[in-house]
Design a protein around this ligand. Structure first.
Ligand code: ASP
Ligand code: CP
Length: 309
């Protein structure tokens, strides 16, 4: 159980963006800023297990870096689908029960939506959702929001175009939920119909009174936003190759798009990119995606401290 200075439990597991409110976000971001350059031993003796059933570069390595910078230790498997006993038929639940006895926190990436919630139900240590299929990727959304606040100096009232694969892209889903906590935020979901954002997310925005529109072309909106949040078409999640072809390369950011973007706006992307974000954009100071990825370490340090210290 996690306990704050005043003895109140804050977070037991990190499964969904829905667990975060403004107060917690503000304190987490302040903590991340403070921890940015810290290298110490405050988590000495604590062990983090990374269990990744899907590939990852940033999430796994930035979690490991965060833990090491705070003096903790890491163990894990990066291809759990084939290199853990899952290949022999062991259930996720049994695996989590075991790993709970080897580590103080488990960072789990899995291809099934709901896997992190299932893991949390049987775990005796905190579980952090590092992506559950097309469900959510809450720690990515935290670093995305932290990046918006750092780059633009505010989140209130920002206009964000969430682009690309909004149906299977879990980062955009989690980010939309977090953005909906801020007053006067306006969202535009820019995607071809076949990968437009799910009704579950829109229902939540409606409940919170957030203004949003749907669009199929970035051209229509690019000059009116503060943030363009581009995402990769999640090829691995399509069962119908025809649908993938319809989604593929539908929205692309290149130098032509950048000419229409406001000089103070930014371009974000959770990465990895394929062809939806041209490398010619990288040298533009408004390209924030590598700074965004770097912010993942400080956010994950703050989260690990919150869960373990
Ligand atoms: N890396 C992000 C994720 O795992 C985005 C992506 O893969 O396109 O959700
Ligand atoms: N952004 C992100 O989750 O990257 P990885 O898939 O490389 O972890």
């Amino acid at each position: 159980m996690t306990v704050t200075a005043v003895g109140r439990r804050v977070l037991e597991h990190v499964i969904s963006s829905e667990q975060f409110g403004r107060e917690l976000l503000d304190s987490l971001f302040a903590r991340a800023a403070d921890l940015q350059d810290v290298r110490d031993e405050r988590l000495k003796g604590r062990i983090m297990a990374t269990l990744f059933y899907e590939p990852s570069t940033r999430t796994r390595l930035s979690f490991e870096s965060a833990m090491l910078r705070l003096g903790g230790s890491v163990l894990g498997t990066e291809a759990a689908r084939t290199f853990s006993s899952a290949i022999k038929g062991e259930t996720l639940e049994d695996t989590i029960r075991m790993v709970s006895t080897y580590a103080d926190v488990i960072v789990l990436r899995h291809d099934e939506m709901g896997a992190a919630a299932r893991a949390a139900r049987v775990a005796s240590v905190p579980v952090i959702n590092a992506g559950d299929g097309p469900g959510e990727h809450p720690t990515q959304a935290l670093l995305d929001l932290f990046t918006i606040e750092r780059e633009l100096g505010r989140v209130d009232g920002v206009r964000v175009a969430l682009c690309g694969d909004l149906r299977f892209g879990r980062t955009a889903r989690s980010l939309a939920l977090l953005l909906s906590l801020y007053p006067d935020v306006r969202l535009v979901f820019v995607a071809p119909d076949v990968v437009q954002v799910g009704g579950d997310i829109l229902a939540r925005l409606d409940e919170r009174g957030i203004r949003y529109t749907l669009a199929s072309q970035l051209d229509d909106v690019v000059s009116q936003v503060d943030v363009v949040y581009q995402t990769r078409v999640q090829k691995e999640r399509f069962t119908d190759p025809h649908e993938f072809e319809q989604a593929r390369s539908a929205i692309r950011i290149d130098a032509t798009v950048m000419r229409r973007l406001d000089p103070r706006a930014i371009v974000m992307h959770p990465l990895p990119r394929v062809d939806e974000l041209a490398t010619e954009v990288d040298s533009d100071p408004r390209a924030a995606y590598f700074r965004q990825a770097a912010n993942g370490v400080a956010i994950r340090m703050a989260l690990l401290e919150l869960l373990l210290a």
